[in-house]
Design a protein around this ligand. Structure first.
Ligand code: KG4
Ligand code: ZN
Length: 353
C-alpha cells in the first residue's frame, strides 16, 4: 500500500510517499519526501509568525506535493493522509483543504492524522536503500515521549491506535523553552540546534568541568518536577532562572556557553528521568522518542545509556524525521488506517491525545 502524507501544521510544508505491507516485520519504505520550510523567513522575527507561515503554505503546497508525486501517477497512490491538528489554524487549513480536494478528485480514501501521533510513528520510516536491514522494532506496551516546539507529552500505548496520555507539560513545551532561552542568549531561531551548537564547546563532566567551576564560569539551574510522583513537566521556571541569570551582575560573555550547556543538561535530565520512571512503572518493552527536540544529541545519548541499563529498546527517528515532515503522517496513517468522509474532516488547532 502506498500512502501520500501531507503535513502543514506550522512552518514546514511536507509531502511524502511511503509504502508498506501489513504484518511485515520490516519498516515502511520511503519512496519520496519533500519538505519546504519558511524558517529562513521566520528567523527575521525570532519565531513563527502565524500569518507568514500560512502565506508560505499557500505558496508552496502544490509544488511540494507535485514534487513528491513526480515519479507517480494518482492511480499508484492508495490513500491520502493529512495532519489535521494540533497546530496553527491558518497553516492547518491549507493542508487539510488540499488533501480533501485531492481525495475527492482522485477518489482516494482520506485519513486525518493527529500531528503528535505522526511524531510517534516517524521512526517507522526508512530510506529505500536501507529497508532490508531495518526491522520494525516497536514492541508493545511502549512509552512514547513527544517533545516538540508546542508539546511535551508522555503517552502509553498498548497497541497501534491506543494512546493514553499519562503526563504533559503544565506550561512551556521543551522545544519552546529551547527557543525562548536561545532568544535570551542572543542566538538565532530555531533555538534547539543553536543551543546544542553553543553547548558543545563546554565540558559537562570530569576534570575540565571542575576547572571551569574553579574559574567561576559554571552555573547551576533547577530540574523542575524531576522528583514529582506524576509524569507532568514544567519548563517555565527553568526559563525564568535563565532570565534572572542573564540579568544578574554575574552575567559575562564567558557564561553564555555555560548557560546553554547547563540549560540543555537540565532539560535532558528531566525528560530522561521522567520517561525512564514511566517505563519502569508501566513495565514497557520499548520507548519511542519523537518531535523536533528528539534531534538533540545529548538527549539521544543519555536515553541510550539509561534504557540499556533497564534492558528496554529505545527508538528514535533519524534526525531528518524528528522535525516536521510528511513521511511521519503517512507512516501513522499506515498503522492507524481510519477512512474519513472528506466533508467531515476539519482542521483542529487544539487536537490532543
Ligand atoms: O516537531 P517540530 O519540528 O515542530 C513542532 O511540532 O513544534 O519541533 C520544533 C522544535 C523547536 O522548538 C526546535 O527548537 C526544537 O524542536 N529542536 C531542537 C533541536 N532541533 C529542533 N531542540 C533541541 N535540540 C535540537 N537539536
Ligand atoms: Zn511537530
Amino acid at each position: 500500500m502506498k500512502i501520500l502524507g501531507i503535513e502543514t501544521t506550522c512552518d514546514e510544508t511536507g509531502a511524502a510517499v511511503v509504502e508498506g505491507k501489513l504484518n511485515s516485520t520490516l519498516g515502511l519504505k520511503l519512496l519520496s519526501n519533500v519538505v519546504a520550510s519558511s524558517v529562513e523567513l521566520q528567523k527575521k522575527y525570532g519565531g513563527v509568525v502565524p500569518e507568514v507561515a500560512a502565506r508560505e503554505q499557500v505558496r508552496v503546497i502544490i509544488p511540494v506535493i507535485k514534487e513528491a508525486l513526480s515519479e507517480f501517477s494518482p492511480k499508484d497512490i492508495d490513500a491520502i493522509a493529512v495532519a489535521h491538528g494540533p497546530g496553527l489554524i491558518g497553516s492547518l487549513l491549507i493542508g487539510v483543504e488540499t488533501a480533501k480536494v485531492l481525495a475527492l478528485a482522485w477518489n482516494k480514501p482520506l485519513i486525518g492524522i493527529n500531528h503528535l501521533v505522526g511524531h510517534i510513528y516517524a521512526n517507522s520510516v526508512c530510506e529505500k536503500s536501507k529497508i532490508k536491514n531495518q526491522k520494525s522494532k516497536i514492541e508493545f506496551p511502549l512509552i512514547a515521549l513527544v517533545v516538540s516546539g508546542g508539546h511535551t507529552d508522555l503517552v502509553l500505548m498498548a497497541e497501534h491506535g491506543k494512546f493514553r496520555l499519562i503526563g504533559s507539560t503544565l506550561d512551556d513545551a521543551a522545544g519552546e523553552a529551547f527557543d525562548k532561552v536561545a532568544k535570551l542568549l542572543g542566538l538565532g531561531y530555531p533555538g534547539g540546534p543553536e543551543i546544542e551548537k553553543l553547548a558543545s564547546s563546554v565540558p559537562t563532566k570530569g576534570e575540565a568541568r571542575q576547572r571551569r567551576q574553579r574559574l567561576g564560569f559554571s552555573v547551576n539551574l533547577p530540574r523542575p518536577m524531576i522528583g514529582s510522583k506524576n509524569f507532568n513537566f514544567s519548563f517555565s521556571g527553568l526559563k525564568t532562572a535563565v532570565v534572572n541569570l542573564v540579568h544578574s551582575s554575574q552575567f559575562t560573555v564567558h557564561r553564555k556557553s555555560e548557560i546553554a550547556a547547563e540549560f540543555q543538561q537540565a532539560v535532558v535530565d528531566v525528560l530522561v528521568t521522567k520517561t525512564i520512571n514511566a517505563a519502569k512503572k508501566y513495565r514497557v518493552k520499548s520507548i519511542v522518542v519523537g518531535g523536533g527536540v528528539a534531534a538533540n544529541e545529548l538527549l539521544r545519548s543519555e536515553f541510550i545509556v539509561h534504557s540499556k541499563r533497564l534492558g528496554i529498546e529505545i527508538i528514535f527517528p533519524s534526525k531528518e524525521f524528528s522535525v516536521d515532515n510528511g513521511a511521519m503522517i503517512a507512516a501513522a496513517a499506515f498503522y492507524n488506517f481510519k477512512k474519513v468522509d472528506p466533508e467531515k474532516l476539519s482542521a483542529d488547532p487544539s487536537l490532543h491525545f
